[in-house]
Every structure is written in structure tokens, then in C-alpha cells.
Design a protein around this ligand. Structure first.
Ligand code: HEC
Length: 124
């Protein structure tokens, strides 16, 4: 039997899958960028096991302070000026900024810390 390249069916199916994947990624990321993504990450990293955080699923912890209204606060941990870049560093490695803090470093990636900070700073 001669070997012919296949046309039609499989190629069409592939382009439908491609279009669906493209649509899904656009839909996903339009809904989950910046602060929106940060809200989901705060739940994923389980920051809520220690902190109560408005709008974050199962974040009702009482070990540490509530982060309600955090965006309107002047200080992080009572010591550091509450600026976006400092908050990003704090979320990644609090002990590098305040060596005797009780907050653990939780292996948060820079991108994840940025989005979580964006969400926390929107809490007014
Ligand atoms: C094991 C408990 C614990 C976990 C988990 C935890 N924290 Fe904390 N967090 C603390 C403690 C304790 C403090 C107070 C630190 C201090 O005053 O030195 C704190 C302070 C903070 C502050 C400053 C709050 C303030 O009142 O100034 C922010 C913001 C914060 N944490 C964010 C996070 C985020 C984001 C996560 C998840 C990636 C997280 N924390 C996970 C215990 C925790």
C-alpha cells in the first residue's frame, strides 16, 4: 500500500484542540492575573493557617495578625515601611528582613510573592 500523508481528519482535529487550548489559556489568564491570582495563591500556600485574610478561602488563622485592611497599614510587622517591594521580599523571606520574626519562610517564588502582595495591598 502506498504511503500517503494523511489530510483532513487528524489535521482538523489538531487545529480544534489548538484553538480550544488557546481559548482556555486566554480565558484562564484574563481571570487570574495579579491580585486575582494572588488571592488564589494565598489559599494555596496556606497563609491562612496563621492569618485571617478577607476574601481568601479557609484563611481564618489566629496564630498571627489578621491581614484585614493591610493595604492601608503603614508598617509590615510593626517595623518595615509597607511598600510593595518590601512586602514582596517579606513574603519570600521574612527572616532576612526581621531575623527574630516568628513568620516562617515558605519557599514562595518571586512571581507568586508579587501577586500575593498585589492582593494584600488592595485590602483597604
Ligand atoms: C506559621 C504561621 C505563619 C504563616 C504560615 C504565615 N505567616 Fe505571615 N506572619 C506570621 C507572624 C507570626 C507574623 C508577625 C511577624 C512579626 O511581627 O515579626 C506574620 C506577619 C505577616 C505580615 C505582616 C503583618 C503585619 O501585621 O504587619 C504579612 C503581610 C504576612 N505575614 C503575610 C503572610 C503570607 C503572604 C503568608 C503565606 C505565604 C504568611 N504570612 C504565612 C506567621 C505566619
Amino acid at each position: 500500500m502506498p504511503c500517503r500523508p494523511q489530510r483532513g481528519g487528524p489535521a482538523l482535529a489538531r487545529s480544534i484542540v489548538f484553538a480550544a487550548a488557546l481559548f482556555a489559556s486566554v480565558a484562564c489568564c484574563a481571570a487570574t492575573t495579579g491580585a486575582d491570582r494572588g488571592r488564589l495563591l494565598l489559599a494555596q500556600y496556606q497563609c491562612g493557617s496563621c492569618h485571617s485574610i478577607p476574601g481568601v478561602a479557609s484563611a481564618g488563622g489566629r496564630v498571627a495578625s489578621s491581614l484585614k485592611g493591610f493595604g492601608a497599614r503603614s508598617y509590615i510587622a510593626g517595623r518595615l515601611a509597607n511598600r510593595q517591594e518590601t512586602l514582596i521580599r517579606w513574603i519570600q523571606n521574612p527572616k532576612a528582613l526581621v531575623p527574630d520574626t516568628a513568620m516562617p519562610s515558605m519557599a514562595v517564588t518571586p512571581d507568586d510573592a508579587r501577586d500575593m502582595a498585589a492582593y494584600l495591598l488592595e485590602l483597604k
